[in-house]
Design a protein around this ligand. Structure first.
Ligand code: GLC
Length: 475
């Protein structure tokens, strides 16, 4: 079947978070399974865009109310990503380095959605499925159904995948005129709490709603930033499909970004070499267990708990642990984490920023990865960690609940229930004891390394869901 994925992010073209990893990998496995898969993202001014060759396959003008923006559709020439990548180039709106964070984000992502549909309809070929991702593409199912100009695409089946329901793309009805003309009797579909809510629109109008883990699907029924009732009402067309990870990119045996390759057969020596390199780089002591955090420093990820939890754990265990943090986000959290360096030299360090290569080395060289998230729709870091023989320490929520089982229950990680400094430190204590019991520690590592989180398996679940909505219009 012909599948379109429409998304704001796709690794390696543009990455802010896990959304990019999923949209950069799932299509490859769907292609391998014999489908024709096209990924469409905006053409930002990124390294990948500048270092690769593209051909222009379509150009026109996209209308946003009274504004006209010339746009082109650029196709990556080689298909080296394992699927067809298309960029919507609207220079006035996207020729900028960042994905999000501009005053005109609403105008940017609306134009992106409209231009994408203008191109799809201009091809004169009707796709089987359009899979939208998060609120940036939430209006697509609505426009397909009701906008006069997309009449011939009216029956295309759509799915919306929710990677993060906290962000919803709200805007006022004063911008209603941006949308292509449609019969106003449908205007209610746009509304949630007196504004246009892009995510809610997608959830109402798509043929199927997926979340990136089964537990997250349950959680959004009672915690979804105002959309709980809506999620409850669409339960019969919703499904939680746990994300996979790209086992080709994330493979400690082949990874070019780490210091020493290894597998489950020789992880002890392999990981030690990586740990030594990491500890040398960050002035840490490789004879002690290394606890790391990789990610965005926001409350949602429990980032605000890290400064105090690190300080407490280090003061209790100054002699026997290291903590290393890689991330960026909230300026206050960044500052607190940076200041801690002065108090715990030799046992603590932080790298403010985002660095894909360093992330790989951290997974390879750490003993534990901390994920104290308040909200975690799926979480990929715990899966990367396990694949690299690093034990995840997680708060039981969303996808973390679905992938990590406490070692006390013969599982692959360390779990706690509360998003609190106390719970994090309690888990660190248990992890230090486990580290000192090498036989059991290694068993937990091996269980993690042999867990199958590959996309091959997961990819089939998406295809089955698409087939159901194509054949029966329901799931
Ligand atoms: C978002 C979620 C994260 C999920 C990722 C990919 O970043 O916060 O939990 O793993 O999307 O679906």
């Amino acid at each position: 079947m012909e599948i379109f994925h429409i998304s704001a992010e796709c690794y390696p073209m543009a990455k802010v978070g896990g959304l990019a990893d999923v949209v950069g990998a799932l299509p490859k496995y769907q292609t391998n399974a014999g489908h024709l898969v096209r990924v469409v993202v905006p053409c930002y001014d990124t390294k990948f865009k500048n270092e690769n060759d593209f051909e222009c396959v379509h150009w026109a003008t996209v209308k946003l109310g009274n504004f006209d923006f010339p746009f082109s559709v650029l196709k990556e020439k080689t298909n080296k990503l394992g699927y067809e990548l298309y960029l919507i180039e609207i220079n006035d709106l996207f020729n900028r380095p960042n994905v999000y964070g501009y005053e005109d984000d609403i105008e940017r992502f609306l134009s992106f959605q409209i231009a994408t549909l203008d191109w799809i309809i201009a091809r004169n070929k009707i796709p089987d499925i359009i899979n939208c991702h998060d609120h940036h593409t939430g209006l697509v199912p609505f426009l397909l159904q009701v906008a006069y100009k997309y009449e011939t695409l009216k029956d295309v089946k759509t799915a919306i995948t929710i990677h993060n329901g906290l962000y919803q793309g709200w805007f006022g009805f004063d911008k209603l005129y941006y949308l292509p003309e449609f019969d106003l009797k449908h205007v209610g579909l746009l509304e949630w709490n007196n504004s246009i809510n892009s995510l809610a629109v997608g959830v109402k109008c798509a043929n199927a709603v997926t979340t990136v883990s089964p537990s997250y699907l349950n959680e959004i029924n009672y915690s979804a930033n105002g959309l709980e009732e809506l999620f409850r009402s669409v339960r019969n067309k919703s499904k939680g499909i746990l994300n996979g990870i790209d086992f080709e990119v994330w493979n400690p045996l082949k990874d070019q970004m780490i210091a020493e390759n290894y597998s489950i057969e020789n992880f002890e020596t392999g990981k030690l070499k990586n740990k030594e390199k990491l500890c040398e780089q960050f002035e840490l002591d490789s004879s002690k267990p290394l606890f790391s955090f990789i990610g965005r420093l926001f409350e949602e990820k429990g980032g605000d708990l890290l400064p105090q939890a690190s300080a407490l754990a280090l003061s209790e265990h100054f002699e026997d642990i290291n903590i290393l943090i890689l991330g960026s986000g909230n300026a206050e959290i960044e500052l607190q984490l940076t200041q801690l360096r002065n108090d715990y030299k030799g046992n603590y360090n932080v790298f403010i920023g985002y660095n894909e290569e360093l992330a790989h080395l951290i997974y390879a060289g750490s003993d534990y990865v901390l994920m104290p998230s308040r909200v975690e729709p799926c979480g990929l870091n715990q899966m990367y960690a396990m694949r690299y023989g690093t034990i995840p320490i997680v708060r039981r929520t969303g996808g973390l609940r679905d992938t990590v089982i406490d070692f006390g229950d013969d599982g692959n990680g360390v779990c706690h229930d509360q998003a609190s400094v106390g719970d994090i430190c309690y888990s660190i204590n248990r992890a230090v004891n486990l580290y000192n019991d090498k036989t059991n520690f290694n068993k937990v590592v091996q269980r993690g390394m042999s867990t199958d989180h590959s996309w091959e398996r997961v990819c089939q679940e998406y295809i089955e869901l698409y087939n159901l909505i194509i054949e029966k219009n329901e799931i």
